[in-house]
Design a protein around this ligand. Structure first.
Ligand SMILES: Nc1ncnc2c1ncn2[C@@H]1O[C@H](COP(=O)(O)OP(=O)(O)OP(=O)(O)O)[C@@H](O)[C@H]1O
Length: 613
């Protein structure tokens, strides 16, 4: 049991909705299609009526055989049967076509809403939720939701049919109809009992499927690393239990589902035997005509099928409900980043001030505690420090991807929480270590922040970065396809594209996580020139990994465990022999063009000493 349920817990943002709220919410998706739904409803009534008419006509035939008038009315009865059949088919066709349209429209909207919610979620949401699980909510859960609406239409049609048949049965024989009715509470009771088991089972099945998706997604994302380290077997071994779990959970769900039909058919079978016996006796004693008896038996079979499927419907309905619950939970997940106002950001000068900021990804473990830092407008600041020191964390707070717990973050002396987030973010240019490129051409990617930018603007931006020479190395210049994730370009080229993209965006603040991957000296020089152009006149926070960067910035900030332990410019800090020198010796020393193995160390902790070559 442990294995089967492992990892199938709810996500943090999952919530349980009351059935009533859930149904109300679902109804709101159907409301805009009310006209089409009325048409579907009319078709349901008409097709149910025409189906119910068939045994009625047949029973007249049996009566006509009994009283010898069949020769006179035979053709009329055949024509009536044909007519009812053709009408039934037609009504059913229109009903199916329109209900497919309504369902399609509803799923379309729901998926759009879910996708919109996915785009709205904070970055912290993506850190906590594997993307495969989100994909599963937007795709398979919305599909399951679609089955609810199809089933609901089927249910309505079947309820109507049961209604018509019940009336017919009561008109023919009240006693036999009452015997038939006795079975209803048993079937309904069984269905309700089944409901609970089904809901829990389907919820687990959906969660296990989303685990499979999440694992697949991660595998695809890291396939290069896995292959590099020859870890295919381990990746497979990780996938196998997750896939098996999904198999087990689905199998259990299948058992639960398949248990209901035999039970219901057993109950129905026993009741039918009773009716054959009672009805037959009534015909023999003259209490019932043969036609009525025939109608009764036909009617009973018409009656049973919908009733059993109404009961089974519950289980599938639960599946749809729990799917919709998962989709709505995704849509309703509360954002962590909360703005207290939406004042227009205006043209930012770019002054940034952290005032007593405390932040932890998990609030119980602060990464920054009472952190203070002022970065003046137009200043270029390099953040350095050992891994885990908090450099990226600072940039994530400036880009407002995460909510800090205490203190204030001021942008141009205005509280960041009061700014219109979209307007603010438009003026922030963030470049990750490995710049993400979307599939399309180099030009498409440079134009990404401002799709209306002209060819000339794009060309000018590309030319401004590193003198534009890098374009010559691309097979089709700006029209070169970058491939999925930009894989058709080298790392250096991707960085150059990202810099040109920044120029098109023209942000007031640049937050740049420098690439650690080394590139050839020519590209390195082009990137350096590009950086000079891109950072000029803007407030820039660079998580620095390159010697040429730290040598040129206005101020270097050395971070350690979320604290500023030293700050100043490169030469001053080197001469000071403090924490910066430790960082320098570890990360930057060997990047000097004069570097030889074992040389270039700067003294730490002692008296300032002249630099070694
Ligand atoms: N998404 C996250 N969830 C939880 N903890 C995190 C998350 N990101 C970073 N941390 C933790 O916060 C601390 C600071 O991390 P941060 O990424 O800011 O370091 P860094 O200085 O940028 O390191 P690096 O140079 O390795 O990128 C680390 O202890 C890290 O484990």
């Amino acid at each position: 049991m442990g294995f089967i349920m492992d990892g199938l817990d709810a996500e943090d943002y999952d919530r349980g909705y009351r059935d009533r709220d859930l149904l109300r919410r679902i109804a709101s998706y159907f409301r805009p299609r009310l006209g089409a739904m009325f048409l579907v409803a009319a078709m349901i009534v008409l097709s149910s009526l025409s189906q119910a008419a068939m045994p009625l006509v047949a029973s007249w035939g049996v009566d006509a055989i009994e009283d010898g008038t069949i020769a006179a009315v035979g053709w009329q009865l055949i024509a009536a049967l044909l007519f009812a059949g053709v009408l039934g088919w037609l009504f059913n066709f229109v009903r199916q076509a329109y209900s497919a349209k309504v369902t399609g429209d509803v799923v379309l909207r729901l998926r759009e809403d879910a996708f919109d919610a996915v785009l709205e979620r904070d970055l912290s949401f993506y850190d906590e939720t594997p993307s495969g699980r989100i994909v599963s909510r937007v795709t398979s859960d919305t599909d399951d939701f679609a089955t609810v609406s199809t089933l609901t239409m089927d249910l309505i049609s079947q309820v109507l049919m049961v209604g018509f048949v019940t009336v017919m049965l009561f008109l023919r024989s009240i006693e036999l109809a009452l015997v038939t009715m006795l079975i209803v509470p048993i079937v309904v009771g069984l269905a309700l009992l089944f409901r609970r088991m089904a809901r829990a089972g389907t919820r687990r099945a959906q969660r296990s499927l989303s685990r499979v998706n999440a694992n697949l997604q991660e595998t695809m994302g890291g396939i290069a690393v896995a292959k590099n380290f020859r870890q295919e077997r381990q990746v497979y071994d990780e996938f196998q239990p997750i896939n098996r779990q999904s198999y087990q959970v689905t199998l259990r769900q299948g058992y639960v589902f398949s248990a209901i039909f035999p039970v219901l058919f057993l109950v129905a079978g026993v009741a039918t035997v009773a009716l054959v016996q009672l009805g037959g006796t009534a015909v023999l004693t003259g209490g019932l005509s043969a036609g009525d008896w025939y109608l009764f038996l036909q009617g009973v079979s018409l009656f049973w099928f919908p009733l059993t499927s109404i009961a089974a419907f519950w289980s599938q309905f639960q599946q749809g409900l729990s799917a919709s619950e998962r989709v709505f939970a995704l849509i309703d997940a509360t954002p962590r980043v909360v703005q207290t106002a939406a004042e227009p950001a205006g043209e930012l000068a770019g002054r940034i001030e952290f005032r007593d900021v405390t932040f932890g990804y998990d609030p119980a473990h602060a990464v920054l505690r009472n952190f203070n830092l002022v970065i003046e407008a137009g200043e270029t600041v390099a953040l350095v420090g050992h891994t885990g020191a908090g450099k990226s964390t600072l940039s994530k707070l400036i880009t407002r991807f995460y909510e800090f717990q205490e203190g204030r973050l001021l942008i141009d002396d205005r509280d960041i929480r009061t700014l219109d987030l979209a307007g603010y973010r438009r003026q922030i240019g963030a470049v990750p270590q490995v710049p993400f490129l979307f599939s399309g051409t180099v030009a498409d990617n440079i134009r990404y922040p401002r799709p209306e930018a002209s060819e000339e603007e794009v060309l000018a931006a590309a030319a401004a970065v590193g003198g534009g020479d890098w374009l010559d190395a691309l097979p089709h210049g700006l029209r070169t396809d970058v491939g999925e994730d930009g894989r058709a370009l080298s790392m250096g080229q991707r960085q150059l594209v990202a810099l040109a993209r920044l120029l098109i965006q023209n942000p007031a603040i640049v937050v740049l996580d420098e690439a650690t991957a080394s590139v050839d000296p020519l590209t390195e020089a082009q990137i350096q020139e590009g950086l000079d152009v891109v950072l000029a006149g803007r407030t820039s926070i660079v998580i620095a990994h390159r010697l040429s960067t730290i040598e040129h910035v206005d101020r270097i900030i050395v971070l350690d465990h979320g604290q500023i332990v030293e700050e100043g410019d490169h030469m001053t800090l080197l001469a000071r022999g403090g924490r910066y020198c430790q960082v320098y010796n570890t990360y930057f020393r060997h990047q000097s063009p004069n570097y030889r193995v074992g040389t270039g160390f700067v003294p730490v902790g002692g008296d300032p000493m002249p630099l070694q070559p």
